[in-house]
Design a protein around this ligand. Structure first.
Ligand code: HEC
Ligand code: HEC
Ligand code: HEC
Ligand code: HEC
Ligand code: HEC
Length: 651
């Protein structure tokens, strides 16, 4: 060796043997480029000193080839360095087997061999379970898989032979609804689910049956080797892999390793020349468009859609996921990308690999281990979100405040009135966002001492908050009602809430009546006194505008997703409905979006509430809940799903 920088060095770059202009040249360990090759494929660069323990190297990066590098010796200083690129094979290779995150597979070790922390972080994320999560499989297969043969009939289902996910076997399973395949159109026979949920199914990319996922494709869902095979992004194409996300799997044989192909990984860095990676830098890893590939989805309107529906959705598509577009329209775009919040900087990381002996004096940073990176460059692969254990995400996402609390006395009765403001304070997109099954539910109440006060007006949680039945639609299920049941009474007015929502629900686009949230008002509860001829009678006469939500029994149970329809409060959601008007159905069965009052970044919404007070200074409480899965689906499919309290205030 005996090299003593600084010194000048000539670098010559060729691509497939021809001089290559415009190649970016780095010195190992210096993250900013030091030169670009000229028309002759040459550059003269100054090599500067590096701290002890760091090899001296030059690295060259070209978008059409695997990054190349050389560790320097005396010969290089005298004669210059030649870096010869070979063009990437541009044809995706269907014979490639997606590599897994942690195990040895064939002759290759899993990513965890060198990226242990990254794999551990990712393994806690929802991405890992994207193809194997029971809720997703239940919707896909139309099943309630935890319901046994003895109780299937009570769920309105029949035991049917259904393919076991991740395998070729079939098993008797409680089937309660159409599967995606049964409900899909010929142009999307598998509902495109696998394009986002199982991007690592071997073979043809895109348009696959979710139940074709096996091994890595099944157990690892949105896995390392899927994201890092994304060669380019094209938001004008169908979401997921095979469209928006263009996958490129290597086809160059690996000399000496029978049946293996040369390594290939697209990533955020342009200076990784480790042979094990076959790295190619791509800017989409530091942009939201990569995430947008699966976090943006619209469904075509049903082919038999009415003229009214076509007028409501002039582009002929219903929004399903719009996280990417919500973010794009926000003031955070483009600088504060999805990664900023969902892949927080890893302050401990020295570079992109996990070095067991970090700090070890003998450790050499070189072309095999890579070079140290500025603190905060490397990001955690936690994809932290509402479902991450112990994340503060939900608490930081919203603001909740009680305003204008006052008691007014008239004719000897006291009325407590207050407003509640809910604000989107955190996310760079709507709150909630993502899967349209999500809802944010506001519950409010008031007390005098131990006594809960009766609501006599103000906003309420709408139907999709959950109920056993309601008047008059569910007359058939009244058989279960009992004398003595308390019901929540709500009065419907002719008026509708207006709000500034996303897309067609933005302020001023549609009249309030078309935005789907009637100004329902709380009324005092009533008690069932008799059941006659399929009709409930109450301890008071219901007015024409009044109707009820029966929740009795279910709400006392310690249900993790209790029925909340008619409770004083409100709710925020994109409400997708099916042809029968049933709210919060899975997107594949949706024929319309009834309402979408999710809070856009920075926006707030204020509700108002009235209670009959029995004291001079009642206390008020408000609670904001994140509900991942709607009440009706949880009960239809026997899911285990828990509401999460985001914020609570009392005053
Ligand atoms: C454009 C990509 C994309 C497509 C296509 C897609 N999904 Fe999803 N799906 C997602 C994303 C992203 C999430 C999670 C978003 C979130 O956390 O809010 C999700 C969440 C879900 C969930 C909620 C899981 C849970 O327990 O919370 C279910 C169920 C689901 N998808 C089923 C399906 C089915 C069935 C299909 C096909 C008909 C499908 N998805 C098509 C991207 C997609
Ligand atoms: C959902 C897509 C996605 C998945 C899945 C994914 N990555 Fe990444 N990865 C990214 C993005 C985006 C970046 C760029 C982050 C940045 O630096 O801004 C990245 C960066 C990296 C880097 C560079 C260093 C760093 O962490 O910033 C490594 C190494 C890496 N990923 C390895 C992995 C491994 C190993 C797995 C599987 C455990 C994995 N990735 C799974 C999207 C993904
Ligand atoms: C033998 C060790 C080794 C294995 C196995 C390995 N990597 Fe790497 N990888 C590295 C090193 C070293 C770097 C450079 C780290 C740096 O410079 O920050 C790297 C960097 C990366 C990068 C960043 C590349 C860029 O240019 O932005 C990605 C992405 C990546 N690895 C993904 C993977 C994936 C996915 C797997 C499993 C399929 C994997 N790696 C397996 C050693 C390995
Ligand atoms: C400024 C920080 C920030 C940015 C930028 C951001 N998010 Fe989020 N995201 C959050 C917070 C906070 C939550 C939790 C509250 C919620 O669910 O909306 C969240 C929630 C989510 C969820 C879960 C939704 C649910 O309830 O199931 C998904 C999926 C998501 N974000 C994807 C994205 C994508 C994709 C982008 C980029 C297009 C992005 N986020 C940009 C902060 C951010
Ligand atoms: C190949 C498709 C795909 C890509 C690319 C992708 N995601 Fe996802 N993402 C999903 C799916 C599918 C789910 C839902 C998985 C589930 O419910 O198991 C999801 C869920 C999430 C969640 C919800 C986590 C929670 O706790 O509820 C967040 C946050 C998220 N993704 C962020 C990102 C970010 C940030 C990126 C870009 C770096 C990204 N995703 C890229 C498919 C993808």
């Amino acid at each position: 060796m005996g090299l003593t920088p600084p010194f000048m060095l000539k670098v010559r770059v060729t691509l497939d043997g021809a001089p290559r202009a415009g190649v970016t040249i780095f010195q190992g360990g210096i993250e900013k480029p030091i030169a670009t090759s000229d028309a002759n494929g040459e550059a003269v660069v100054e090599i500067t000193p590096r701290p002890p323990g760091e090899a001296l190297a030059v690295i060259a990066s070209d978008p059409n080839a695997r990054t190349r590098g050389a560790e320097l010796n005396v010969n290089h200083v005298i004669n210059g360095v030649d870096l010869d690129f070979k063009s990437l094979a541009t044809q995706d290779n269907e014979a490639y087997t997606f590599r897994n995150a942690s195990e040895i597979q064939g002759q290759r070790e899993g990513c965890a061999h060198c990226h242990r922390n990254t794999v551990e972080d990712w393994a806690t994320s929802a991405h890992k379970d994207a193809a194997s999560r029971p809720t997703i499989l239940d919707i896909y297969s139309g099943t309630a898989r935890t319901v046994g043969a003895d109780s299937c009939a009570t769920f309105g289902g029949t035991m049917t032979s259904v393919q076991v996910a991740g395998s070729d076997e079939f098993e008797p399973t409680c089937k309660v609804a159409n599967s995606v395949v049964e409900a899909s159109s010929p142009t999307q026979p598998f509902g495109d689910c696998a394009n986002c949920h199982a991007p690592a199914i071997d073979g043809k990319v895109g348009g696959r049956d979710l139940l074709e996922a096996r091994q890595t494709g099944f157990h690892e869902g949105v896995t390392c080797d899927a994201c890092h095979k994304v060669e380019s992004v094209d938001p004008s194409q169908r979401p997921g892999v095979g469209g928006w996300l263009k996958i490129l799997r290597p086809s160059e044989p690996w000399p000496g390793l029978e049946g293996e192909f040369l390594p290939l990984a697209f990533g955020p860095y342009f200076d990784v020349s480790t042979f094990a990676m076959g790295a190619v830098g791509r800017t989409h890893f530091v942009e939201s468009t990569l995430c947008g590939g699966c976090h943006q989805l619209e469904n075509p309107l049903p082919s038999d859609a009415s003229p009214e529906l076509r007028e409501r959705w002039p582009e002929g598509r219903l929004p399903v996921h719009s996280t990417f577009e919500e973010w794009k329209a926000s003031s955070l775009a483009p600088d504060i990308h999805c990664q900023s919040c969902h892949m927080p900087p890893d302050s401990e990381a020295i570079n992109g690999i996990t070095l067991d002996h970090a700090g070890d004096e003998d450790l050499i940073f070189d072309r095999i281990n890579g070079w140290p990176r500025a603190p905060g460059t490397v990001r955690k692969h936690t994809f932290v979100g509402p479902r991450s254990p112990n994340s503060e995400m939900l608490a930081l996402a919203a603001g909740l405040s009680v305003l204008n609390q006052r008691v007014e006395e008239a004719n000897g009765t006291r009325t407590l009135t207050f407003e509640v403001r809910v604000q989107n304070k955190g996310p760079g997109h709507a709150l909630p966002t993502g899967e349209p099954m999500r809802a944010m539910i506001l519950l409010v109440g008031a007390t005098c001492g131990e006594e809960s006060l009766q609501a006599i007006g103000g906003d309420v949680v709408p139907d999709f908050g959950g109920h056993l039945d309601m008047l008059p639609r569910d007359a058939t299920s009244l058989a279960q009602a009992k004398v003595g049941d308390r019901v929540r009474i709500v009065a419907r007015s002719e008026d509708f809430h207006d709000y500034n929502g996303f897309g067609r629900f933005a302020a001023g686009v549609l009249p309030a009546a078309a935005k789907g949230i009637p100004q329902d008002e709380a009324r005092p509860d009533a008690t069932v006194t008799a059941i006659k001829g399929g009709k409930l009678q109450f301890d008071r006469v219901l007015q024409a505008e009044e109707f009820y939500f029966r929740t009795a029994g279910a709400e006392q149970s310690d249900a993790d997703t209790p029925p909340l329809a008619g409770h004083p409060g409100f709710a925020f959601a994109r409400v997708m409905i099916d042809a029968q008007g049933k709210p919060m159905v899975s997107h594949l069965f949706a024929t319309d979006v009834r309402a979408d009052n999710r809070l856009l970044p920075g926006e707030s919404f204020t509700t108002s509430h009235h209670f009959a007070s029995t004291c001079e200074s009642p206390r008020v409480w408000a609670k904001l809940i994140y509900r991942p899965h709607p009440y009706a689906l949880v009960n239809e499919r026997n899911w285990t799903s828990s509401d999460i309290v985001m914020l609570e205030v009392q005053q």
